[in-house]
Ligand binder design. Structure first.
Ligand code: PXG
Length: 292
């Protein structure tokens, strides 16, 4: 059975789901989006994802024409209609159809698109062996130009960084800010473990306020693991006891090599990372909005 896409207020078969060539989401990357996981017929951390979406929309002055509760129901319905028990939802809100001019004032009708699908994540062995990162030369957008807090449809900064990752044959990239401090990975948040404490760059350094990152803060509190936000230099990353990354798609994944340097004593996943990965598996099963 083909996927059913929610678009312009109704469900249509995927090959009939169309976006206007005048949609400013296409012409200018003018819109916001979320990637959301479904575990066990529950939409994971849905309220937090919606909060981030509406906040981003507010910053770019895009009025989402439905309430968060209505959108929540539409997301659940999309998952239900596609009979997805474990999968991934892409929620997109574009500025909508305008004309060829830049001005959003010509766009009166934002377009809400919801796609539910299964997801291909890293192969299992990655979670045992860890990921290889490379530091990319593309810097994260300066917040004065385009705030990395807005999960906007303009992801060219991330695509450019990802091209470098591909070229280097690595799994993910470390992205620095204009001051040379580590912000996050290309599309994942980044952490080191030092003397038993977890350290991650603050969001005002250029890291996205990741939903999985919020869960890591919660898990650390529950497990009695110290967690703090601090600026991180590359040297601190190379010499950390452990490193890991988090994201909706990646979940929690160990990082065992950065720029060809093994992390920790032997370049294998460390105990704090493994403990958090196990705690996450339990957490994800019962922290979602049931779709049924
Ligand atoms: N940083 C950035 C820049 C992101 O885009 C994360 C961190 C992790 O945040 P969450 O909320 O997912 O814990 C993201 C995630 C992918 C993919 O293929 C991921 C994202 C966007 C597009 C694709 O994994 N965003």
């Amino acid at each position: 059975m083909g996927r059913k896409i929610y678009i312009e207020g109704k469900f249509v078969p995927e090959d009939e789901a169309r976006v206007s060539v005048f949609d400013h989401g296409l012409l200018y990357g003018d819109g916001v989006f979320e990637g959301i996981r479904v575990y066990n017929r529950r939409v994971f951390m849905l309220d937090a994802h919606l909060k981030r979406l509406y906040n981003g929309a507010k910053v770019i002055r895009l009025d989402i024409p439905v309430t968060p509760d209505e959108l929540k129901e539409k997301v659940c319905e999309t998952v239900r209609v596609n009979d997805i028990s474990d999968g991934y939802v892409r929620l997109v809100v574009t500025r909508g159809k305008g004309d060829l001019g830049l001005s959003p004032s010509k766009c009166s009708d934002p377009n809400i698109i919801i796609i539910a699908d299964t997801i291909k994540i890293y192969p299992d062995e990655v979670y045992h062996k860890g990921l290889k990162l490379v530091t990319v030369s593309t810097r994260r957008n300066n917040p004065d130009s385009l705030s990395p807090q807005i999960k906007s449809l303009n992801y060219l900064n991330h695509i450019l960084a990802h091209l470098e990752v591909l070229h280097a044959g690595a799994d993910e990239g470390l992205v620095l800010n204009d001051n040379g401090f580590v912000t996050e990975c290309v599309v994942d948040n980044f952490y080191i473990v030092l003397d038993g404490a977890v350290i991650t760059p603050p969001t005002n350094s250029g890291a996205l306020n990741g939903i999985t990152r919020m869960v890591v803060f919660q898990l650390c509190r529950d497990l009695g693991i110290e967690i703090r936000e601090e600026q991180l230099s590359l040297v601190e990353c190379y010499t950390a006891d452990e490193c890991f990354l988090t994201g909706t798609a990646a979940e929690i994944a160990p990082v065992t090599f950065i720029d060809d340097r093994p992390i920790g004593p032997d370049g294998t996943p460390g105990p704090v990372t493994i403990k958090l990965m196990e705690a996450f598996k339990e957490f994800r099963e019962n922290h979602g909005t049931p779709i049924d």
